[in-house]
Design a protein around this ligand. Structure first.
Ligand code: F0G
Length: 459
């Protein structure tokens, strides 16, 4: 028989203390942080769902690898191990190690971007867009229309809209398209997966027009789970082979190893084109480090090589995706409006729908993030009008498309009782939703305001 209970497929060998704060303490911490959870200290947080990036627990094998790390400047064995692990997985011959994902983005997009160039993606992640726009190029998001309806069920809501892709190629001219980027899973679009059929269609169109096709692959193992279980023809293909098939469709990839390589720091750029690899490698040596370590220590590279194997373990991936769905299902059963179906690494709560009476210029997502902290010491991230809002000529807020709150789940860190605690906090949140007041911004920097903005109660 198969058991219904999904257990964490690991035992805990080292523990990290969580300080259980009181509501009074949390109120004071929140005021000190100017109602911005980014400004809280980690010791003030009970459950930290701010990000799944760099927050994974490493395995005993990875920690053993840390001790084996070869810190030689050139040609370290740890580099050779990481290079081989990435080559075997991606099928790309040229691997450039970097200290994290955005550094790999910088290497590639600063070279192939520039004024007049256009990038098209299912959804560019913030740092991807920032690197592209910083080069002077333009970044166009073309998610399928289903993506912008939080409650609409679709198995591959992260797909790229093929019709819009073709329209944009005609509009801008194939020669001006620097790359099509498929982000798997689609983080900024709700952590939703991309189907193999969609990746194949994108690849075929790119080939037809001679356009470069790049994967932003930081959650490709999680994406592979959805393909195996939700796309016909993949039932008997392993998660790793599914990922390999998707890589095979592309001309290269960028990966932040802080996600599906199960490490706290690292990334890489993998390419098939030698000429492009040579150009990017020059930037690597100038900005990151020599080509056999990039921005990484030998021990980091050792841990990445091991993490890239472990992440495709059947029991791990099954637990990972099902435990995210567990949280989503419980919140849905409580009547909390969430983006459905659940993504791989996070549950996105629709704060705009939860607080219909809070005006958008009083930031319902920020209210939810602060309330969750007050109630349970839970830290999460507003992904809405604080992060993406702009002002019109009169200084009025142009709100973001949606006001979501992301509950990102660190890998192998929290147990089911932690998740049940989060669900209970949402139960409490729902009881007091009508009495909540919004926020106004007391201070904001000119760029990326969500990290350091200060808020105060609107009344
Ligand atoms: N691409 C995607 C899809 C990402 O989610 C991230 C990071 C990056 C690239 C950049 O990688 O952080 O290693 O430089 N996402 C983190 C998050 C920050 O919280 O979602 P990085």
């Amino acid at each position: 028989m198969t058991f219904k209970t999904i257990i964490e497929p690991f035992r805990i060998k080292t523990v990290e203390r969580i300080r259980l704060t009181t509501p009074e303490e949390r109120e004071a911490f929140l005021q000190n942080a100017h109602y911005n959870p980014f400004l809280l200290h980690s010791t003030e947080v009970i459950i930290d769902l701010l990000t799944d990036s760099g927050t994974s627990a490493m395995s005993s094998e990875q920690w053993a690898g840390i001790m084996r790390g070869d810190e030689s400047y050139a040609g370290a064995t740890s580099w050779l191990r990481m290079e081989k692990a990435v080559q075997d997985l991606t099928g790309c011959p040229y691997i450039l190690p970097t200290h994290q994902g955005r550094a790999a983005e910088h290497l590639l997009y600063s070279r192939i971007g520039g004024p007049g160039k256009v990038f098209i993606s299912n959804t560019h992640f913030d740092t991807t867009r920032a690197n592209i726009e910083f080069s002077g190029a333009m970044a166009i998001d073309c998610p399928i229309p289903e993506n912008s309806n939080p409650s609409l069920l679709h198995p591959f809501k992260g797909n790229l809209d093929i019709g819009k892709l073709e329209e944009n190629i005609t509009l801008h001219g194939a020669a001006n398209i620097a790359a099509v980027i498929l982000t798997v899973t689609n983080n900024s679009g709700g952590g939703q997966p991309v189907s193999m059929e969609n990746a194949r269609a994108v690849s075929n169109i790119c080939k037809k027009h001679g356009i470069r096709f790049i994967l932003d692959a930081c959650r490709i193992a999680e994406n592979a789970w959805f393909i195996k279980h939700q796309e016909a023809g993949f039932e008997n293909v392993s998660y790793r082979e599914i990922a390999q098939q998707m890589f095979a469709l592309s001309d290269g990839c960028i990966m932040s190893a802080k996600k599906d390589a199960l490490v706290n720091m690292g990334g890489f750029l993998a390419l098939r084109d030698l000429d492009l690899a040579v150009i990017c490698r020059t930037v690597l040596i100038v900005t990151e480090g020599f080509s056999t370590y990039g921005g990484l220590s030998g021990r980091d590279m050792e841990a990445i090589a091991i993490g890239l194997e472990e992440v495709f373990d059947t029991d791990y991936l099954n637990y990972r995706i099902k435990s995210t769905a567990y949280l989503a299902d419980k919140l849905h059963a409580l009547g909390i409006p969430i983006m459905r179906p659940a993504g791989g690494h996070a549950v996105y709560v629709d704060a705009r729908a939860f607080y219909p009476d809070i005006p958008l210029d009083q930031y319902p997502g920020q209210v939810m993030a602060c309330e969750l902290y007050r109630l349970g010491g839970i830290r999460c991230c507003e992904i809405g009008s604080v992060m993406f809002g702009k002002y019109d000529a009169e200084g009025q807020l142009i709100p973001a498309k949606m006001d979501l709150v992301r509950l990102a789940i660190p890998r192998r860190v929290y147990t089911q009782s932690h998740v049940d605690y989060v669900v209970e906090a949402f139960g409490e949140l729902a009881k007091s939703r009508d009495q909540k007041d919004g926020f106004r911004i007391a201070y904001e920097p000119p760029f990326l305001r969500h990290f350091t903005a200060r808020f105060e109660p609107a009344s």
